[in-house]
Design a protein around this ligand. Structure first.
Ligand code: ATP
Length: 268
């Protein structure tokens, strides 16, 4: 529903710092979905966002992508209110690896180049290597020209996710958003995808929305949402010490084995 403001200019990137200041928003006909949300994300840092179902995590992402404008407060990138910049420049600045990466019924080349239509072959191969699909590519008889998707080669969940990561790497956005990017994967596959995601997020502002807390345990800062508000902020260690919502979620996930894998399994 949003439109470019008259005279809106392009977002000028200076590293990709993100801020939410006093942000409130309610979905039509609902009481407040989020209120008084303050989030400060330094350029180049890695933050996690977690919290119970319905806490407002997706609403935060939708406001960042400017699917809606806040009712109170402001969302900004590098100090520029998103309502004052062009949507095209905002879309260029943001990259998303979604829960479920969708492949088009086309070649692997076209599926990766979707992130940058004028990408060269060298760039496409480099993006696949960085997304840890180099081996996979070398095994394909038709290489980049292999058809993938519905009527082509069926990719595993982890391979599909990594094609999504390659797309994002080639796009090279200032701000990377991971929306529970590893939810549907077994732990070995999750490890491979995590490796690709770590490569994609290196030196880049990254916001990871997680149900499984192991995926954000190493974050510079974790924002814990509850009932539309930021309830707790801190590192994994600090939040465990605090003994609040995060610590409770971590304990539950540790007990059930849900949401823990890789490094974090031995850390807690
Ligand atoms: P989950 O972990 O289940 O994905 P979440 O933390 O992402 O949850 P949101 O999806 O942001 O939570 O939802 C926050 C609140 O806004 C909830 O009360 C939800 O019911 C409400 N909400 C979300 N989307 C809509 C919508 N399109 N229309 C009406 N209400 C909505």
């Amino acid at each position: 529903d949003v439109a470019d403001a008259p005279g809106a200019g392009a977002l000028v990137l200076k590293g990709g710092a993100v801020s939410f200041r006093g942000v409130g928003f309610s979905h039509a006909g609902r009481s407040r979905s989020i209120k008084d949300v303050d989030i400060d994300i330094e350029a180049g840092s890695f933050v996690g966002v977690c919290g119970p179902s319905g806490a407002g995590k997706s609403t935060i992402l939708r406001l960042l992508f400017r699917f809606y404008d806040p009712e109170t407060g402001a969302v900004a990138i590098d100090g520029q209110d998103l309502t004052g910049v062009t949507q095209e420049s905002l879309r260029d600045a943001l990259g998303l690896v979604p829960q479920d990466v969708v492949l088009f019924n086309d070649t692997l080349r076209a599926n990766v180049a979707y992130g940058k239509p004028d990408a060269t072959e060298v760039e496409i191969i480099e993006a696949l290597e960085r997304a840890q699909l180099g081996e996979f590519l070398r095994r394909l008889p038709d290489g980049l020209d292999t058809k993938v998707g519905e009527r082509g080669l069926k990719l595993s969940g982890g391979e599909k996710q990594r094609v999504g990561v390659a797309r994002t790497i080639i796009k090279n956005p200032a701000v990377l958003v991971l929306d529970e990017a590893t939810s549907a994967l077994d732990s070995q596959t999750e490890k491979e995808v995590q490796g690709a995601l770590a490569e994609a997020s290196r030196g880049r502002t990254t916001i990871s929305v997680a149900h499984r807390l192991s995926t954000i345990a190493e974050a510079d800062r974790i924002f814990v949402m509850d009932e539309g508000e930021i309830a707790e902020v801190g590192t994994h260690e600090a939040l465990l010490k605090l003994g609040g919502i995060y610590a409770g979620m971590w304990k539950r996930q540790s007990e059930t084995g849900e949401g823990r894998s890789g490094e974090a399994q031995t850390a807690g």
